[in-house]
Design a protein around this ligand. Structure first.
Ligand code: NDP
Length: 236
């Protein structure tokens, strides 16, 4: 059955961490959520967990670095829904190992860009026609990082930091290009969050890390676009 009258959200990298919590919170608010995950078993497990809790969730296999996977994901999505209200580009990698840019391996930079920059661009491009059909005005949220803020940049993880700065530029580019279609495009620094990426010493639980993303997906004014947010405040 197609979700014609229900709000829909696709979250990439939704099988764990911040993405999974965003999916849970949006499902709790009545969205039909699409769990984008590259790993079949992990993605299915997450969507089944949400369904068992009484929510509407569907797994979509989606590797954001693979154009064929993204196209196939669109095909799966179109069988279940005719519009997309919210796209959360959450999937990302951090593979720097503490070297500064002086020793940066260009292959690591390429790999990081593929996941954190080209991936979100391709996902937006392929799902754009569904976002344009959102009756409420589509919303795109790119999960960035404080590490990408030019004003406060550390030298610790150069590939990751540069990729998130680029993602912020991607956000501005799409916000400008989609202004006439009334699609809001924003990026978020979720803070330092306790996940596999953030580690166990991180200061925030996933609930807090998901908060501003969910706010931009739901309650933030639709006219807010092209901005970089932290704790519901514009930064950088
Ligand atoms: P996790 O490592 O816990 O989760 C990352 C998710 O992204 C996983 O589901 C992973 O899938 C998925 N992923 C990675 N590459 C791909 C790919 N090519 N295709 C599809 N999915 C992919 O990280 P977090 O939850 O902490 O991070 C989520 C986002 O938040 C990231 O963009 C990150 O940069 C950002 N962020 C996180 C911070 C933190 O402190 N945790 C701080 C600032 C920003 P799989 O399980 O298969 O590996």
């Amino acid at each position: 059955m197609k979700t014609e009258n229900q709000r829909t959200a696709l979250i990439t990298g939704a099988n764990k961490g911040i993405g999974k919590e965003v999916a849970r919170q949006l499902a709790q608010r009545g969205f039909a959520v699409f769990i984008g995950a590259r790993d079949l078993a992990k993605g299915r497990e997450t969507s089944e967990e949400l369904c068992r809790a009484g929510y509407e969730a569907t797994f979509i296999q989606l590797d954001v670095t693979d154009p064929v996977s993204i196209r196939n994901a669109c095909g799966t999505f179109s069988q279940k829904a005719d519009h997309l209200d919210v796209l959360v580009n959450n999937a990302g990698i951090l593979e720097d190992h503490g070297e500064t840019i002086v020793k940066l391996n260009p292959e690591l930079l390429d790999r990081t860009f593929k996941s954190n920059v080209s991936g979100p661009i391709m996902v937006i491009q392929d799902f754009l026609s569904y976002l344009e059909k959102s009756p409420t005005g589509g919303r795109i949220i790119n999960v960035s990082s404080g590490a990408g803020a030019l004003t406060d940049m550390d030298t610790y993880a150069p590939a990751y930091s540069i990729s998130k700065t680029a993602l912020n530029a991607v956000t501005k580019q799409f916000a400008g290009a989609l202004r006439n279609q009334k699609i809001a495009v924003n990026c978020v620094d979720p803070g330092w969050v306790r996940t596999d990426m953030g580690g166990t010493s991180a200061s925030r639980p996933v609930e807090k890390g998901a908060e501003t993303i969910v706010w931009l997906a739901t309650d933030a004014p639709q006219h807010e676009t092209g901005k970089f947010w932290h704790d519901k405040r514009e930064i950088d």
